[in-house]
Design a protein around this ligand. Structure first.
Ligand SMILES: Cc1cc2nc3c(=O)[nH]c(=O)nc-3n(C[C@H](O)[C@H](O)[C@H](O)COP(=O)(O)O)c2cc1C
Length: 347
C-alpha cells in the first residue's frame, strides 16, 4: 500500500484512501453515479439541488435526489443562501435517503452567485457558518461542505472559513483549490491543503485537476489530504477510480481500459440512462459520447453520427461498426488519455 489515509465521518462511513466522485451539475445523475460506484468511487455526490426548489416541492429537483441503495454512501448536495430554507432542504435530503448532506459554497456561475449562494457566500463567512449550523442542527446525518480558496486571489479566506465551519458543525470540508474568479481555468493550487489542515481537526478533501491515477496518487499523498475528489477526469473515464485504487494498493499502474471496454461501458451507461429517464435519457446522454471516445482515432465523425441517433439499436450498431473499423485499421490505441477533458458547466 503506497498510502494510508482514513476518511471518517461517522461509524458507518470510514474509508481507507477514499476517492470521491465530485458533484457535477448535468453529469452526476443516478446512472453516472452508479457506474462510478461500480468502478471504485467510494462516495458519490448528486448534482447540486436548489434549496428553494426543494421546499417548493419542484419535481425536477426531487428527481436529482433519486437514490439507489447500490450507490451508498451517497451525498446530496444543496445550495442556497437562506439558513432556514437550507435547514429545511437538508431535512428533505435526509428524508430522501442521503447518507451525507453536502453544502455548496463553491459554485462560480452567475445565476447562483447573483442570488448570494455558492461561492458568493465566501464573502460572508458568518452567514456561511449560520447556514451550516442550521443545517447540522436539522439532520442526524453528517453535514459536509464544498468550497474554494476564496473569492479571488486578493481575498483568500479559506483558513477563516475552515475554522468557522468546523465550529458550525461541518463534519468535513472539500476544497476545490481555486478561487471563484478562476472558475475552472488556471491550475488548482494544492499547496493550500497542508496549511488549511493545520487550522482544523475535521477531515479535509482535496479537489481540483486530478487527471489520472498517477496524479491521484500525488494528490492523496499531499500532506493534510484525508481523501481526494475527482470531477471532470471521470467523465467518459469512470475507470479512473479503480485504476487509481489499484495504483495505491499495488504501486504499479493497471493497464488502462481498452477501447472495447470503453465502448461496452458507454453502452451500459446509456442503457441505464434510458432505464431511468426513458427517451430523455438517450438525449441527455449525448454529452457523454465525446468523453467515452476521447483520444480514439476518427472519433469526431462517429460522435457526429451518435448525437443525432434516436434509437439505442442504431447507436449500438454505429459503435460496433466503429470498433470493427479500428480493429481493421490497427488503431486500437488511445491518445491523450490522461488529460482533463473539457466539460461544459451549463449554468
Ligand atoms: C459540468 C460541471 C458541473 C459542476 N457542478 C457542480 C455542482 O453541482 N456542485 C459543485 O460543488 N461543484 C460542481 N462542479 C465543480 C466540480 O465539483 C469540481 O469542483 C471541479 O470540476 C474541479 O474538480 P476536477 O478538476 O476534478 O474537475 C462542476 C464542474 C463541472 C465541470
Amino acid at each position: 500500500m503506497l498510502v494510508d489515509r482514513t476518511f471518517e465521518l461517522n461509524k458507518n462511513i470510514k474509508i481507507k484512501n477514499a476517492i470521491l466522485l465530485a458533484p457535477m451539475e448535468g453529469i452526476t445523475d443516478l446512472p453516472f453515479r452508479l457506474l462510478c460506484k461500480e468502478l471504485g468511487a467510494d462516495i458519490v455526490y448528486t448534482e447540486f439541488v436548489a434549496s428553494e426548489a426543494l421546499i417548493r416541492d419542484v419535481e425536477k429537483s426531487f428527481n436529482k435526489m433519486l437514490i439507489d441503495k447500490k450507490e451508498r454512501p451517497v451525498a446530496i448536495q444543496i445550495f442556497g443562501s437562506n439558513p432556514k430554507v437550507m435547514a429545511e432542504a437538508a431535512k428533505i435530503a435526509e428524508e430522501e435517503g442521503a447518507d451525507i448532506v453536502d453544502i455548496n459554497y463553491g459554485c462560480w456561475v452567475k445565476k447562483v452567485v447573483n442570488n448570494n449562494a455558492g461561492a458568493a457566500l465566501m464573502k460572508n463567512p458568518e452567514l456561511m457558518a449560520e447556514i451550516t449550523n442550521e443545517c447540522s442542527a436539522s439532520v442526524k446525518i453528517p453535514v459536509t461542505i464544498k468550497t474554494r480558496l476564496g473569492w479571488d486571489k486578493k481575498s483568500i479566506n479559506i483558513f477563516e472559513i475552515a475554522k468557522l465551519q468546523e465550529k458550525a458543525g461541518a463534519k468535513a470540508i472539500t476544497v476545490h483549490c481555486r478561487t471563484r474568479d478562476m472558475k475552472i481555468t488556471g491550475k488548482a493550487d494544492w499547496t493550500f491543503i497542508p496549511k488549511i489542515k493545520k487550522e482544523i481537526s475535521i477531515p479535509l478533501v482535496l479537489n481540483g485537476d486530478i487527471s489520472s491515477p498517477q496524479v491521484a496518487l500525488e494528490a492523496i499523498k499531499t500532506e493534510g489530504a484525508d481523501a481526494i475528489m475527482i470531477g471532470r477526469a471521470a467523465v467518459g473515464n469512470p475507470f479512473i477510480f479503480s485504476e487509481a485504487k489499484y495504483l495505491f494498493e499495488n504501486g504499479e499502474e493497471m493497464p488502462p481500459a481498452t477501447i472495447q471496454k470503453r465502448i461496452d461501458v458507454c453502452i451500459k451507461h446509456l442503457e441505464n440512462c434510458i432505464e431511468y429517464k426513458g427517451q430523455q435519457g438517450l438525449y441527455e446522454f449525448r454529452k457523454h459520447y465525446s468523453g467515452y471516445l476521447r483520444g480514439m482515432f476518427g472519433a469526431t465523425n462517429v460522435r457526429q453520427k451518435l448525437v443525432v441517433s434516436e434509437e439505442i439499436n442504431d447507436i449500438k450498431k454505429i459503435l460496433s461498426d466503429y470498433y470493427d473499423y479500428l480493429v481493421e485499421n490497427d488503431r486500437l490505441s488511445i491518445n491523450n488519455h490522461s488529460e482533463i477533458p473539457k466539460v461544459q458547466c451549463r449554468r
